[in-house]
Design a protein around this ligand. Structure first.
Ligand code: C2E
Ligand code: MG
Ligand code: MG
Length: 589
């Protein structure tokens, strides 16, 4: 140390020498401290020279990546960085800055000595201008666990938990990608919308866990019948979707539809103690242009699937433009119908029911109307059969039906008050299958009666024969509880729903309304006369009242009288009238 020159060049004095010694000791101590720190931190510290060569790696290299510091050149080189992450890691060197706040971090998969990828988070600082380093200092730490959790969360957000298939969001994303590929390169992709047939029955009769088993089996079958690169997804419930890209032509898509259907149904699904054959209805829509929207394509395939259901299930149908128009019209009707209910645009028209013996007005059937530009027969632009079908499909018929019930009871109560001796004995209200299936049906009817202070005998509920035949046990139960309330029950459109005498006996009904299609031929077609005669005879046997619907001509009326029909309804007497006009008719009668 004695040779050491002083800071000023002259020979060191004793005091200077002591200060120097102290300073050097301090420096050594701090270097030792720093070295210990670097040696012991859990983060990996690497120094890379300006020439790109590795100069130093801290001992935690072994803990993080399995290599000892002496093996650092084997453990830390470009080949050990995942190819997808290499470019990003390199650019973090290019953009590295001298030390400062907010050093940017980059994650990259790095291969452990055991051959497995670990996620490391790197922060690179440029210390090439620092004479004590002359290189880059890289601090790396293991974030594999955090990445795994992140990946798991992303997976969960994009997959269906039960089947493990991609969910709707991921499916739409993949479909979007397939569409954008069409922009670069013309081609054909197909979307298949699959809905299991009678899945509700499986769930209801065998239980949800059996239902789940079926869904899992179907998912596996769909997936195994697809090529790599195709996507099978579960959209929810018993709905699945498949995306196939890069098809040669539409014919190939049809083969795939066949294959998917066969994969699901060709052998039964084993369930505890039984086997179940599952079939599926499939709708197919084609993507040919990049400007098609994923949601719209899925909706198109859904509309085609709907057609497959209508045509008998266990089959596939292709989407066409007419179907698109209908689907859009249905959606529009649903939206406007919902608004119509809220805005009070719905109303009831009343059609008299007449006793043929004396021409007395004995009843009135309430028929739903959508206000607006009314046509001559009391309909507006939207025929009831059409918007009522939409209301039934969407479930809107439940609130609408409840409203109709209250409205009709309210009207009858008013007529009774204003024209007590001419008001009809009862008002008839149509019930849809959806309402029949609800457990609150009886209380809804009770409430309507209470609110209007009507006795139950003043109300008749009409249910079509086909609704009754849809689920006989359910219908028998619902009708029995209505009957217990004391309301009358009519089977509407009788003759169109194939009920047998055995069924009829089980239903607690009071009235049969002969469908207008049989009434239409009266006076002209002897076959129709025979059917009407048979229905009247049947009604007599079961002690039921018969009402003929849709009577338009006097010759029909005469024949009905001759056959012994008790009551009739139809335009011959009066078309359905808006309430004010019907009230007037009562006052005039
Ligand atoms: P429905 O219950 O069988 O009603 C009789 C239908 O025959 C009515 O059709 C009526 O306007 C029509 N009609 C009446 N007289 C004649 C006639 O002389 N000739 C012909 N060809 N037809 C006649 P609308 O009003 O179009 O109703 C159609 C169906 O919609 C009804 O058939 C009923 O099933 C259903 N519906 C009507 N209102 C409601 C309701 O409030 N709730 C439910 N769930 N369904 C309703
Ligand atoms: Mg009716
Ligand atoms: Mg009818």
């Amino acid at each position: 140390m004695a040779e050491e020159p002083s800071a000023y060049g002259g020979p060191p004095t004793a005091a200077t020498e002591a200060r120097l010694r102290a300073a050097l000791e301090e420096l050594e101590a701090s270097e030792r401290r720093f070295r210990t720190l670097v040696q012991n931190v859990s983060d990996l510290i690497i120094v890379v020279g300006g020439d790109g060569r590795l100069q130093y790696a801290s001992p935690s290299l072994e803990r993080l990546l399995g290599w000892t510091p002496s093996e650092r050149d084997r453990g830390l080189n470009g080949e050990r960085i995942h190819p997808e992450d290499l470019r990003r890691l390199r650019s973090s060197f290019v953009h590295a800055k001298p030390p400062g706040p907010n050093t940017p971090v980059t994650t990259a998969r790095t291969m452990h000595k055991d051959g497995k990828w670990r996620w490391l988070e790197f922060s690179v600082t440029d210390l090439r201008d620092d004479p004590s380093v002359r290189g880059y200092v890289v601090i790396a730490r293991d974030v594999t666990e955090r990445k795994d959790v992140e990946e798991q969360l992303v997976h969960q957000a994009l997959h269906d938990a039960l089947t493990g298939l991609p969910n709707r969001a991921l499916f739409l994303d993949r479909l979007g990608l397939a569409l954008s590929r069409l922009e670069r390169r013309p081609g054909l992709a197909a979307v298949f919308f699959l809905d299991l047939d009678y899945f509700k029955v499986v769930n209801d009769s065998l239980g949800h866990s059996a239902g789940d088993q079926v869904l899992v089996a179907v998912a596996a079958r769909l997936q195994s019948s697809l090529r790599d690169g195709d996507t099978a997804a579960r959209l929810g419930g018993d709905e699945f979707a498949v995306l196939c890209d890069d098809l040669v032509d539409e014919g190939e898509a049809l083969q795939i539809a066949e294959r998917l259907g066969a994969a699901v149904s060709s052998h039964p699904v084993p369930l505890a103690g039984r086997e179940l054959v599952v079939t599926v209805s499939i709708g197919v829509a084609f993507a040919t242009r990049a400007d098609q929207r994923p949601e719209a394509l899925l909706r198109d395939a859904d509309a085609a699937m709907y057609r497959a259901k209508e045509r008998g299930r266990a089959r596939y149908e292709l989407f066409d433009n007419a179907m698109r128009d209908r689907a859009i019209a249905r959606l529009e009707t649903e939206a406007t119908l919902r608004a119509a209910l809220d805005d009070g645009q719905l109303s009831l028209a009343y059609q008299p029911e007449v006793a043929l013996a004396d021409g007395r007005l004995v009843g009135a059937e309430a028929l739903l109307r959508w206000k607006g530009s009314q046509t001559a027969d009391g309909h507006d632009g939207r025929p009831p059969s059409e918007f009522i079908a939409v209301a039934e499909e969407t479930g809107l018929i439940v609130p609408i039906g409840e409203w109709a019930l209250q409205e009709a009871c309210g009207h009858l109560a008013r007529w009774r008050e204003r024209v007590p001796d001419r008001a009809p004995d009862r008002v008839s209200v149509n019930l849809s299958g959806r309402q029949l299936a609800r457990s609150d049906l009886v209380s809804v009817v009770e409430r309507a009666l209470e609110a209007s202070h009507l006795p139950p005998t003043a109300l008749c509920m009409e249910v079509t024969e086909s609704v009754l035949m849809d689920d006989i046990d359910l219908a028998v139960g619902a009708l029995k509880s209505l009957k217990a309330l004391g309301v009358e029950i009519a089977i509407d459109d009788f003759g169109t729903g194939y009920s047998s005498l055995a069924h009829l006996r089980r239903f607690p009904v009071d009235i049969l309304k002969i469908d207008h299609s049989f009434v239409a031929g009266l006076g002209r077609n002897p076959e129709d006369a025979a059917i009407v005669r048979a229905v009247i005879a049947l009604a007599e046997t079961l002690d039921l009242t018969v009402v003929a619907e849709g009577v338009e001509r006097t010759e029909q009326l005469e024949e009905l009288r001759a056959l012994g029909c008790e009551r009739a309804q139809g335009n011959l007497f009066s078309s359905p009238l808006p309430e004010p006009e019907f009230a007037e008719l009562l006052a005039r009668a």
